[in-house]
Write a protein of this length. Structure first.
Lengths: 303, 273
């Protein structure tokens, strides 16, 4: 009784209560995000394996080794390839879809929910599904394509086609996510803008180019940046379908981090952390540059 | 025919094409889970089979500890959802409605963490969970996700939008700060909390690399991680793999069918800012 009245009198001071309110969340973020973030940099300078028996300081050796590691550069190149094609495709498809489904008729609402469905599903299940559909022998879609006159393609097992197949699979799964963001933005455009454009004699396409696009630049920028960050971290769908193969053609930075740290001897956590640090640096550079670009776009459009 | 109707028709055609491309694979996997192994490896493959049965689901039951996977996934993702929504709303409330020293600094800290990809901190996190002796446990899975920077951000923006002086009536009635949060503010934020809860549920249910890394025994795997390991093993039958994938999809798709609005809301608000 006494202690509970003490607690409530303590809680009567808003400022003191505030610290109690934020304490659990801040502690979790501190222990499980901030400290690991800082230690990534520390671990990247250590020679340490997954069994953590011994750790010796080796300075920047991992980074020097990375520069001469062909597998690292291969993973880097593949990640860049994936990002360069996946992001524009995802944005283009979702923009087209968003323009159609942003009006609130019953049919369009249904189409909107249906197109978002793949994003609700795990990439693991989706990876399994597509590796069946694209199988050279028993794949239904491989069969459909041969009926259209194409040769029997091996998709995920073909060094040339594996990455394009993974890219299309990812666009298929993720475009609904970007579409939802863009629909929310399109719906905030005042109808009067379109009316004014119509009075000026602008057709649908002109309205799209001169009213819709400029009005959703912030949301578009956000979509491009988040899609790029997601693409630079691509892992799940590759882990399930190709495991980085064939011939390392779908090995990306994160699959390479996972493999060198957890999957193949000598389970080199130090080296894997060094690659993580490099990945963070790439992501920061790319997203900050993009952010700058879109901010400048916004301010020139707002004139 | 004028230009506008032509554009509308073009839009409808495009929508139908997208709809077929998106839904066809789902119909296929649903149907295929009921096909026999022979029907699945038959050449050339066909969309329909001659007969359907539940046999594959029985095989899954024998080969994969699916019930364990399902249980682990539910405990992990629902656990994270409940704890994180509570912690995030508490913190979001304090950041939004109470003035205190260091508020700006701490909120900036939250916003910075929101932008850091998980992959960057996963290795030290693994080391940390190992040293705490929580590898391969439910606590080890739930605790690191017990608060989310995005969740704090989302809850804060909802609390900020509430009218001023709502708290005053509570203070006049002599309620303490926690009571004000719990009895007055929280009931107003129900939809924000459901939105955040669904967002967290979806992300954690579907996550692969995180549970893959923090669990090591088959009995502790989640659906995503367990399935990925089995596919990686390549020893399993086709039909059983498909049936297992279908089972892993059904719960979330069912929740989505019932609460679409909330799935979409969290994502839509993240883009509007």
């Amino acid at each position: 009784m006494k202690s509970s009245s003490k607690v409530s009198s303590f809680l009567n001071k808003p400022e003191r209560a505030a610290y109690l309110f934020i304490a659990p969340a801040i502690l979790v973020l501190l222990i499980f995000m901030f400290i690991p973030l800082v230690s990534t940099i520390a671990v990247s300078t250590l020679r340490m394996d997954v069994f953590m028996q011994s750790a010796t300081f080796i300075g920047l050796d991992h980074f020097i080794r990375m520069m001469g590691d062909g597998k690292f550069w291969n993973a880097f190149g593949n990640t860049a390839y994936f990002t360069a094609f996946e992001v524009p495709l995802q944005i283009a498809v979702s923009l087209l879809a968003a323009v159609y489904v942003s009006r609130n008729t019953r049919l369009r609402k249904f189409v909107r929910s249906a197109l978002f469905l793949p994003f609700v599903c795990s990439l693991t299940a989706i990876g399994i599904m597509w590796s069946f559909l694209l199988d050279p022998q028993i794949g239904l879609y491989t069969e459909y394509l041969t009926r259209l006159g194409l040769p029997r393609l091996a998709f995920l097992r073909d060094p040339q086609l594996a990455m394009p197949a993974v890219i299309l699979m990812t666009v298929w799964r993720n475009f609904g996510y970007t579409m939802v963001i863009l629909v929310a933005a399109v719906q905030t455009i005042p109808a009067s803008y379109y009316e004014a454009a119509q009075l000026d004699g602008a057709g649908k396409f002109r309205q799209f180019a001169n009213v819709t696009i400029p009005s959703i630049v912030p949301a578009l920028g956000f979509s491009v940046i988040t899609a790029t960050i997601m693409a630079l971290q691509v892992f799940d769908q590759i882990f399930v379908t190709t495991q980085g193969g064939p011939l390392g053609k779908t090995e990306t930075l994160v699959t390479y981090i996972y493999k060198s740290g957890f999957q193949t001897a000598p389970y080199d956590l130090g080296y894997a952390s060094a690659i993580s640090v490099m990945t963070l640096i790439f992501i920061m550079i790319v997203s900050l540059t993009m952010n700058r670009y879109f901010q400048s776009k916004e301010s020139t459009d707002a004139r | 025919m004028n230009k506008t109707t032509l554009m509308t028709m073009l839009g409808s055609v495009l929508a139908i094409v997208l709809l077929v491309i998106v839904l066809h694979p789902f119909l296929w996997i649903l149907l295929s889970s009921f096909k026999s192994e022979q029907a699945l490896i038959k050449f050339p493959p066909t969309f329909f089979a001659d007969s359907y049965s539940f046999a594959q689901f029985a095989t899954v039951w024998e080969r994969i500890p699916l019930l364990d996977f399902l249980k682990n996934t539910v405990i992990f993702s629902v656990g994270v959802m409940v704890v994180s929504v509570f912690f995030d709303s508490l913190a979001g409330y304090a950041f939004a409605r109470i003035k205190f020293k260091g508020r700006k600094l701490l909120y900036t800290f939250v916003l910075i963490l929101m932008m850091i990809p998980f992959q960057v901190m996963m290795i030290p996190l693994f080391v940390q969970i190992y040293k705490m002796g929580m590898l391969d446990t439910y606590w080890g899975l739930i605790l690191p996700r017990a608060a989310s920077p995005f969740g704090i951000y989302l809850m804060r923006s909802f609390f900020v939008s509430l009218p001023k002086d709502l708290e005053e009536s509570g203070r006049v009635d002599g309620l303490n700060e926690f009571r004000i949060y719990w009895n007055i503010m929280l009931p107003l934020c129900k939809s924000a909390m459901v939105t955040l809860g669904i967002f967290l549920l979806m992300n954690n249910w579907n996550d692969l690399i995180y549970p893959l890394m923090l669990t090591s025994s088959t009995e502790m795997r989640t659906l995503s991680a367990g399935l990925a390991m089995f596919v990686g093993g390549r020893t399993i039958e086709y039909g059983a793999t498909l049936a297992a994938a279908t089972i892993s999809l059904v719960p979330l798709v069912a929740v989505y069918a019932m609460a679409q609005r909330y799935f979409v809301q969290g994502i839509a608000t993240s883009g509007l800012k």
